[in-house]
Design a protein around this ligand. Structure first.
Ligand code: NAD
Length: 497
């Protein structure tokens, strides 16, 4: 098989973005990091440095938070903006993303190691759709009147923006997560400081510029790339930040929850997962195999809801393992911008080592490991891998691997598999493949996960809440529940005699 890990030519606008002076985006303008911090930008598919980004620190976070707090003051242009106008601004941001969809997709490929087709049709499209969806909400945020038993008193509730939001995001969906976090926060009327992952800062910085061009007042959206231990912690600890919305690992989410508790700060946590996916014997096996493989292998398994724990009924187990390994063998690795690439790289060398370590351990623990064909030697690739003959207690069946590694476990009956599937500390997503409607209903009730798919996997919709049970987090992104996370409820009592 021939493949290339070198990037083909990229669009002029993308080269220009990568060549920009390293900057943060604060108070409506590009500014340098106060102490001149820099981050190397590396193309994961080649391992080569392709640019430099600014690395903000606690001082920069303070500047950005103060800018957001000013933008949120009573009487500011943002607070005076009507709900209808706020919705129009959000809509224009969505349009601006789509106007540059191909360039955004290329930028995501180079920054995050994505494959162009998926970056364009999933990341970019979904970011735009989140802004378009939430553009409809500002005019529909309503309170209620309260049927009080007190005579001469009128009570009404009002929904108000929570205030200054600190958003901290992961590297696996840099632009898409901007849509998930920023669109509902802005629809609610909040001001935001976003700290994107240090691995992937470019798309968020570009989006912030476009948002100001779309009519967002300066200071309402600030972007400070930087490291988690420095800029991230400073954002969590800042007393002027009213709420943290976080997408990332469970370990960091736990720390954020602990630190936020000191200030009783509101927190939404979208964390890791080890999602169970169950194929019953009566399922449409073609659809189940294709859907399960696609759900796991796209973005090289670096998705929070990856169906990485696949339970298969023993009667079809061997056939399904055979078909999954054939799919793994057929995935064409390469640079995400090269035509025909189906399997991109992992985000960095540390992640590559981690995934390889998990595969080694599975083999040492006695599982059967099928490693797909060779991948490019340069860059941070890992072959598509299927692990079978595994047990529920093995690390490959319990820990989030975040790589193209699918663990298959055999089961015999429905009660047994529902219990085993549910025996996880995570609860982000789950899936069930069956033609029997009562099996499907039993499973969707039994599986404690924020999203349960029946005969499909992996779609999201801006109108559908997304989030986790248990250690996959709390609170929700997207949909009305996502918006609610950026609102406070105020009861207004009027004594009218
Ligand atoms: P990570 O937790 O290492 O980093 C996420 C973000 O947190 C980054 O911006 C990082 O700089 C910042 N950060 C790190 N330490 C911090 C600290 N002490 N205080 C404040 N901020 C800090 O996660 P990652 O490796 O970037 O992303 C992969 C993880 O994200 C996986 O576990 C994946 O499941 C999860 N994820 C979850 C969802 C979801 O919706 N549930 C979506 C995407 C990714």
């Amino acid at each position: 098989m021939t493949f290339t890990s070198e990037a083909p030519e990229v669009a002029g606008a993308v080269s220009e973005r990568l060549a920009l002076q390293p900057h943060l985006f604060v108070d409506g303008a590009a500014v340098s990091a106060t102490h001149g911090g820099e981050l190397a930008v590396v193309d994961p598919a080649s391992g080569h440095r392709i640019g430099t980004a600014a690395c903000g620190d606690a001082h920069d976070i303070d500047r950005a938070v103060r800018s957001a707090a000013r933008a949120f003051r009573p009487g500011s242009p943002w607070r005076r903006m009507t709900p209808l106008e706020r919705g129009k601004v959000l809509h224009r941001i969505g349009d601006a993303i789509l106007d540059r969809a191909d360039e955004f997709a290329e930028l995501e490929v180079l920054d995050a190691g994505k494959v162009r087709g998926a970056a364009r049709s999933i990341d970019v499209d979904f970011a735009a759709r989140a802004f378009h969806y939430f553009a409809g909400w500002p005019t529909k945020i309503v309170g209620s009147t309260v049927p009080t038993s007190h005579p001469g008193i009128h009570i009404a509730t009002e929904k108000e923006p929570v205030g200054v939001v600190g958003a901290i995001t992961a590297w696996n969906f840099p632009l898409l997560l901007c849509g998930w976090k920023l669109a509902p926060a802005l629809a609610a009327g909040c001001a935001v400081v976003l700290k994107p992952s240090e691995e992937t800062p470019h798309s968020a910085l570009w989006l912030a510029e476009l948002a100001v061009e779309a009519g967002l007042p300066p200071g309402v959206l600030n972007v400070v790339p930087g490291r988690g231990a420095d800029a991230g912690r400073a954002l969590v600890d800042h007393p002027l930040v009213d709420k943290i919305t976080f997408t990332g690992s469970t370990a960091v989410g736990q720390e954020i929850a602990r630190r936020s508790a000191d200030q009783v700060k509101r927190v939404t946590l979208e964390l890791g997962g080890k999602s169970a996916n169950i194929i019953f014997a009566d399922a449409d096996l073609d659809a189940a195999v294709e859907g399960s493989a696609a759900g796991l292998f796209w973005h090289s398994g670096q998705t929070c809801s990856a169906p990485s724990r696949l339970f298969v009924h023993r009667s079809v187990h061997d056939e399904i393992v055979r078909r999954l390994t054939a799919i793994a063998d057929g995935l064409r690795p390469g640079h995400g911008l090269a035509r025909g690439t189906e399997l991109g790289p992992l985000v960095n060398a540390a992640q590559q080592d981690r995934v390889a370590g998990h595969v080694r351990l599975a083999r040492e623990q006695g599982a059967t490991v099928h490693v797909g064909p060779d991948v490019p030697a340069e860059g941070f690739f890992h072959p598509a891998t299927v692990v079978s003959d595994a047990h529920d207690e093995m690390a490959c069946a319990t820990e989030e691997i975040f790589g193209p590694v699918l663990t298959v476990l055999a089961f015999d009956d429905t009660d047994e598999v529902l219990q085993r599937a549910d025996a996880s500390e995570y609860g982000l997503a789950a899936g069930v493949w069956t033609r029997d409607v009562s099996t499907a209903h039993r499973a969707t009730r039994a599986l404690r996960a924020g999203t349960v798919y029946v005969n499909g996997w992996g779609l999201t919709d801006p109108a559908a809440p997304f989030g986790g049970f248990r250690r996959s987090g709390y609170g929700r992104d997207l949909g009305p529940d996502g918006l609610e996370g950026y609102l406070e409820t105020k009861s207004v009592w009027t004594f009218h005699g």
